[in-house]
Design a protein around this ligand. Structure first.
Ligand code: THG
Length: 372
């Protein structure tokens, strides 16, 4: 911890898996939702990338905090918060939902879990949804409790995740469909397990309730995983960019609306449901978005680490966007990046220039997401 340069304090919360994460050789952290997120284990992100595509990894994603809405008005509140029509979702279903403000700006992009007709979890990205939801409930006089329960997701990702978890919890988990969840028994407790996760390699997320069980859960999976060449891991930057998975705070902020973020499929603008930002999104939809989230492939050899956004220029040298996450892809044999790009330069196939932080001007091409 000391060599990461991060000065610890109570405000930067540890996770229930942290002892095991440290033993496993974590090499650095980020902070998300005021909590540590492991960022590296293997010598390189590329080692992690190839391993994730072939085997199984265990990820401490406790920073995906749950905001629980519970009570008679829980369903009304959650629907008010998102343009996605939730009227037909079932108990046991997960749902990727943009949350927007009154101007259509992105507040967060959580995974919603419907636990009961009157109980939901919003599994959030990096912004304080707890306060937003509580403020809305209070202001609207809704009968709903808004809390952050003791739930810490642990992701098992990669093609061998299913076999590994079936060894531990039985074959029933094989029947869980994508973006559905069920329950498994662990040490006398019932735990939520969903087929989901922040990668395109398949896998599950266990929403551990009860921090005191963290080390035991990690050890159980770790021991059973030896057979599957399990390794400690974390959301992989190469895999995430290739898969077009957005990171709130990086690719988008409140400055962006879900239509330009490429989340139109999760916005049911024509439905009858009432939600915050409906008027704004209708207006934006009618006038057309001014920019769009895209992939960019670019050359010039291995790019440096993208810790500040890289300007994207059109063929007249005018800035039309910025790469907010970018890295070398060893599989595609070029650099890949995510960028919001202004119309009309954002149609796939357009040539652009990326100015990386080493000063290099690199030729690139706009492409659709995901990259494959
Ligand atoms: N899992 C859980 N919580 C999370 C994330 C996660 N919270 C933060 C962050 N990740 C939110 N971002 C995403 C982005 C994309 C997806 C999940 C979380 C995703 N989307 C499906 C897809 O693109 O195929 C859409 C599924 C749907 O149809 O609803 O997987 O990873 N717990």
């Amino acid at each position: 911890m000391s060599d990461s340069g991060l000065q610890m304090s109570r405000r930067i919360r540890r996770t229930p898996y942290m002892d095991r994460v440290e033993t496993a050789g974590v090499r650095g952290y980020s902070v998300v939702n005021h909590m540590l997120l492991p960022k590296a284990f293997q010598p390189t992100v590329e080692d992690d990338y190839w391993h994730l595509r072939e085997h199984a990894q265990i990820w401490d994603v406790s920073t995906q905090r749950q905001v629980e809405l519970h009570g008679p008005d829980a369903a009304r509140l959650v629907q008010w918060m998102t343009p996605r029509d939730l009227s037909n979702i079932a108990i046991g279903q997960c749902c990727y939902v943009p949350l927007v403000d009154q101007h259509g700006g992105m507040i967060n992009d959580p995974v919603l879990l419907k636990l009961a007709e009157d109980r939901f979890w919003l599994s959030i990205a990096d912004s304080d949804v707890l306060l937003w939801a509580n403020g809305l409930a209070l202001g609207a006089g809704m009968d709903v409790q808004v809390s952050e329960p003791d739930v810490s997701p642990l992701a098992i990702q990669g093609p061998k995740a299913e076999d590994l978890l079936a060894d531990i919890f039985g074959d029933a988990i094989r029947k869980i469909k994508f973006f559905r969840f069920g329950y498994v028994e662990f040490k006398g407790t019932q735990q939520v397990i969903a087929r989901s996760g922040y990668s395109r390699q398949g896998g599950f997320e266990i929403y551990l309730q009860g921090s005191e069980l963290g080390s035991e859960l990690w050890d159980t999976i770790w021991d059973a995983g030896q057979k599957y060449d399990i390794r400690p891991g974390c959301p992989n930057l190469i895999e995430r960019i290739e898969g077009g998975l957005l990171s709130y705070g990086n690719e988008m902020t409140r400055e962006n609306n879900p239509l330009e973020c490429g989340l139109t499929d999760y916005c049911d603008l024509d439905s009858d449901v009432d939600f915050i930002g409906k008027e704004a999104l209708h207006r934006i939809h009618a006038s057309g978005v001014e920019r769009q989230m895209r992939g960019i492939r670019f050359d010039g050899g291995r790019a440096p680490v993208c810790s500040v956004p890289w300007p994207v220029l059109d063929n007249q040298g005018r800035q039309v966007g910025q790469i907010t996450s970018g890295i070398w892809s060893p599989r595609l044999d070029c650099n890949v990046g995510l960028s919001m790009i202004e119309t009309p330069t954002n149609t796939p196939g357009q040539p652009v220039t990326v100015v990386t932080s080493d000063g290099a001007h690199r030729p690139g091409t706009v492409c659709a997401l995901p990259f494959d």
